[in-house]
Write a protein that binds this ligand. Sequence first.
Ligand code: NAD
Length: 309
Amino acid sequence: MLYQTCRQLITRSALAAWKSGAALHMPRKSLGTRQFSMGIDGYALVTGAGSGIGKACALAYAREGAAGVAFSDINVEAAIEAAKESERVAKNPRYRSLVIETDVSDQESVDRMIDLVVQTFPRLDYAVNSAGVGVETPAEVSEASIREFERFLKVNVTGTLLAVRAQSRVMKRQEPLNHGTDSLRTLGRGVITNMGSGNSYVATPHIVQYTASKHAVLGITRNAALDNAPYGIRVNCLCPSWVKGPMIDRAIAGNPSLADAIKRAVPMGRIAQPDEISDVVMFLSSPRSSYVTGAGWIVDGGATLQMHT
Ligand SMILES: NC(=O)c1ccc[n+]([C@@H]2O[C@H](COP(=O)([O-])OP(=O)(O)OC[C@H]3O[C@@H](n4cnc5c(N)ncnc54)[C@H](O)[C@@H]3O)[C@@H](O)[C@H]2O)c1
């Protein structure tokens, strides 16, 4: 049994040494990626899975070995395309994808989304709430558009709360999932990751609607983490700065100087790739982060470190 489990990890000479009873010192280069596996083998739900960060997270679950991923998005065509892509990259032979047309700002739509997940998958182990809207009307606070502010509250704030609420209800009802022999390092009843922003901590001129909504997402995360901790459900908030994808492409199209401004604002001098966000989400979804809850996890190339003078 041990041999079966380890055979893909160890070299032929190391295997011979193990069979002969010698101590097994595995050379560093013999460690396959499975050695560092995140232990992702359950069922995931991702909102905003049709594009950008949500799509990267949903595909990452499939690649890591999830048994099923639900692709939820208001743009159902985009979600279908992403789900098809996941079928091509999925590692788990039992893998199933599910597409759900959802408006996260609508309670009935979110409840229907959760019902479909529960009817299709035996469990809900990981949830990522990435559905969100981008700024359409940047303006100083004195000129802020209340219509746009309310759109951000509806989608980014109420949408996140509705999703977290429904996901928490499902996770609370299920048994904890155990990994390995260490009973403390388990997945628990589930993990929820909300998509915050560097703007969950700091402000950017002319986008009060975005800053307020992302501060609220961090607040929802912290309260949900506190309320869910007794049930073994972890809730964290991923806080990126700028990430390559359609949302930022649209912002740059509307303001071409933004591309250079991003390079100047990020100490690492470049925009993040979506995989650099989804990799951290995989860690936060894994028993490897079993003691991390209520965190605002900044992934910003150092953007929020500095004060501009
Ligand atoms: N891209 C960045 O630089 C960046 C940086 C920090 C935080 N974020 C946050 O990450 C999240 C995802 O951003 P992205 O860059 O992937 O954007 P994106 O525009 O590529 O994807 C957002 C997805 O959400 C979906 N969506 C929008 N409104 C919805 C609704 N009402 N119901 C369901 N789905 C809806 C869209 O159809 C789209 O597929 C957002 O919350 C965003 O604020 C993005």
